[in-house]
Design a protein around this ligand. Structure first.
Ligand code: GRF
Length: 200
């Protein structure tokens, strides 16, 4: 049984969907939900599902190592970003090489990068009159939305679409695919081992 941690800053509908998907699996479980926003709805959703939550401040992520300590404490094998807006610090990327993924609500490399999230992405797709949009699941590296792509799937954009209706279509794809892709990846993982200073 692998332990998954979710990092999220917002509403957390994907996080809840992933929690529920794994609640009756013997492959993995969501063991920890961490957020940089104290009031984020994702924390309430996790608590309602009896998942341990952790709030962290900027320096606890980038300087003091609180987040990494929690990942170790809960023996986290795999990290899932689901609406998380900060770059992951290098020490965590190194410890969790090949074990951190993100979902982006568009077809990367289009509409990626700093500031491209949520409604802004869908508005831009509509302004550009694109015929299709979609989702991208990718590994996380030290740049925004630049890690290797694992999976993409598309959805038709209709002329009548609004940012809200497009977001809904994209969310449906996310709910359908993200948990399954996570499962495919975690079942193949070797045991996690903490890398000492020489290996990290
Ligand atoms: C999703 O659309 C995801 O692609 C993006 O952030 C959004 C999070 O939505 N990274 P929610 O908080 O899971 O509802």
């Amino acid at each position: 049984m692998r332990n998954i941690a979710i990092l999220a800053s917002g509403t957390g509908t994907n996080a809840e969907n992933i929690i529920k998907y794994f609640s009756n699996k013997n492959t993995a479980k969501v063991s920890l939900v961490l957020s940089n926003k104290r009031q984020a709805q994702v924390l309430k959703r996790a608590e309602e599902n009896n998942i341990r939550t952790v709030f962290f401040e900027h320096k606890e992520f980038y300087v003091t190592g609180k987040v990494l300590r929690y990942l170790m404490l809960y023996k986290i094998d795999f990290i899932v970003l689901a609406g998380f807006l900060w770059l992951v610090p290098e020490n965590i990327i190194e410890q969790y090489a090949g074990r951190i993924i993100n979902i982006h609500p568009a077809l990367l490399p289009a509409y990626g990068g700093k500031g491209m999230y949520g409604e802004i992405v869908h508005k831009t797709v509509l302004t550009n009159k694109d015929k299709e949009s979609g989702i991208t699941i990718h590994y996380v590296n030290k740049f925004y939305d630049k890690g290797d792509i694992i999976f993409q799937t598309r959805v038709k954009v209709d002329p009548s679409d609004t940012p809200a209706s497009l977001a809904e279509k994209v969310h449906s794809l996310e709910y359908l695919h993200y948990p399954k892709i996570i499962e495919d990846l975690v079942v193949k993982l070797p045991d996690f081992s903490f890398k000492g200073p020489d290996e990290a």
